[in-house]
Design a protein around this ligand. Structure first.
Ligand SMILES: Nc1ncnc2c1ncn2[C@@H]1O[C@H](COP(=O)(O)OP(=O)(O)OP(=O)(O)O)[C@@H](O)[C@H]1O
Length: 310
């Protein structure tokens, strides 16, 4: 369990993390989502005692990280996969970690096996691909068999196979009853992996809900209707309080009116329908919409007065 109360980090006059209060529970994957610069890494660094909060508190298993007796046995983290000693082999990198943390040597072989690096274990990590480096970072996180796992953007730059592997691993770790906290700036990455979501923007909590709740609350329902009489149906829809916009020949996209209502309306007025299909906006779109005002650096030039709203 990870618990943050009023967690805040200030860099000069910039609030990188702004009074975050949340709980990350065991037995599920919790996705930590936010656009670049939202404050995800800073939050994770504070959880791991690498940065001190300006105010507020964060505990793991009820205690601040720095007070844990055996940190590697309680919390495993992947923050920056490139932060390894390139001259060492994967095996020696893990062995050094195991020895300095009083962990048995056999754990090294076990985690190498678990992440699929056994065959290259004696090669220097310098020659590792991004995916192999990521696997080595995960092996290090798993070394102490911790109940809490923290991964910062673990799939960044990975190929589809690597992404799938990490997704399945996170789910399996959660199914074993562990607390799995994973950050990403892409909603699409989380929708198949996470059970719970914490969404932040500009350091502030925007949403704390299940993935299903996020879908229900944020994806606008539209209905695609195909008919030989689009103009007539559009009038009926508008008359009933909905909105209809043409979407190709003989097709309308209807919003603000339920699917059943559109069907009834057409039937009651003798309008023939060839298609009536409810559509959901993608989660990615919903996420972009939700965080639009909280993106730190927009690609386009921001409107006057919007440059600094931190
Ligand atoms: N050491 C630092 N000194 C000054 N500002 C910092 C420092 N670390 C982070 N920041 C600022 O704090 C804010 C949050 O950064 P952070 O890296 O936590 O965001 P993030 O959500 O992890 O983004 P990304 O996905 O780009 O890593 C940003 O505005 C960043 O520029």
């Amino acid at each position: 369990m990870i618990e943050a109360v009023g967690l805040t980090k200030r860099y000069g006059d910039r609030l990188a993390v702004d009074h975050l209060t949340f709980t990350v529970k065991p037995g599920q994957v919790t996705g930590f989502l936010g656009p670049n610069g939202a404050g995800k890494s800073t939050t994770m660094r504070m959880i791991l005692g690498l940065d001190a909060p300006s105010s507020g508190t964060v505990t793991v298993n009820g205690r601040p990280f720095v007070e844990l007796d055996n940190p590697l046995r309680e919390v495993g983290a992947l923050l920056d996969a490139k932060a390894i000693h390139g001259g060492r082999s994967a095996y020696h990198h893990l062995l050094a970690l195991a020895q300095s943390n009083n962990l048995p040597r056999r754990r090294v072989d076990q985690v190498l096996e678990l992440v699929g690096l056994t065959e290259v274990a004696r090669k220097r990590a310098k020659g590792f691909s991004l995916g192999m480096g990521q696997r080595l970072g995960i092996a290090a996180a798993l070394l102490g068999d911790p109940k809490i796992l923290i991964f910062d953007e673990p799939v960044n730059g990975l190929d589809p196979e690597g992404i799938l592997w990490i997704r399945n691993l996170m789910k399996a770790l959660a199914a074993e009853g562990r607390t799995v906290f994973v950050s990403s700036h892409l909603m699409s990455e989380m929708e198949n992996t996470a059970d719970h979501l914490l969404v932040i923007g500009r350091g502030r909590m925007i949403a704390d809900c299940t993935v299903q709740e996020f879908i229900d609350a944020n994806s606008e329902l539209a209905v695609r209707v195909r008919t030989p009489e689009p103009t007539r149906l559009a009038e009926l829809v508008t008359g009933a309080g909905g909105r209809a916009v043409p979407d190709g020949e003989g097709t309308l996209l209807v919003t603000e009116l339920a699917t059943d209502r559109i069907g009834d309306l057409a039937f009651d007025n003798g309008v023939r329908l060839h298609e009536l299909s409810p559509l959901q906006a993608s989660l990615e779109q919903a996420f972009m919409e939700l965080t639009r005002d909280s993106v730190e650096y927009h690609a386009a030039v921001p409107a006057a007065g919007q440059e600094d709203r931190a």
